[in-house]
Design a protein. Structure first.
Length: 162
């Protein structure tokens, strides 16, 4: 894909007018908490040390984007944006290791979180097409709908959560 094609098809979750003007009431009934379960962990020093150790162990685990050959069942690493996010840099201010620590800590704090692709090469409205993930962030789910969620996510361009 040439640089002009990449610029023409670039999509950012925070800069898209279609996302900001979308009416979320069309999704139906919503709730502010997950309906299947909610677990709160204590903020004790003992629990924090265990969570820290788990987060460090998870962040040091190698996660790769692979393609499996159906005939030989061999795995080949796919050199993609997702692979780069998982192994080098997830976004402008987090390495892949810091991203995974953030993911684990947030999961312990919230019980359920969302990993959101923020910068991609095409928007989510292009159904049935593949896209390249350039950056991603961990977000807190604020509203639960039958088939959708609303997420509170850090916008690095503005320096605030949206």
């Amino acid at each position: 894909m040439s640089i002009t094609d990449r610029i023409q098809h670039a999509w950012n979750a925070f800069r898209s007018d279609s996302v900001k003007t979308q009416d979320f009431t069309e999704y139906g009934y919503s709730t502010g908490t997950p309906t299947h379960r909610q677990r709160k962990y204590t903020d004790s020093a003992f629990a924090a040390s265990i969570f820290n150790r788990i987060a460090m162990d998870v962040s040091m685990t190698s996660i790769q984007h692979v393609k499996i050959d159906e005939e030989t069942e061999d795995a080949a690493i796919v050199k993609s944006g997702l692979h780069l996010c998982l192994n080098n840099e997830a976004n402008i201010d987090q390495t892949s290791m810091q991203f995974m620590q953030d993911l684990v800590y947030s999961m312990f704090d919230e019980g359920v979180i969302a990993v959101v692709p923020v910068d991609t090469d095409i928007g989510p409205t292009d159904k049935g097409t593949t896209f390249t993930i350039n950056t991603m962030r961990v977000g807190k789910i604020t509203q639960w709908y039958p088939q959708h969620v609303r997420v509170n996510l850090y916008n690095d361009a503005k320096g605030q959560f949206e």
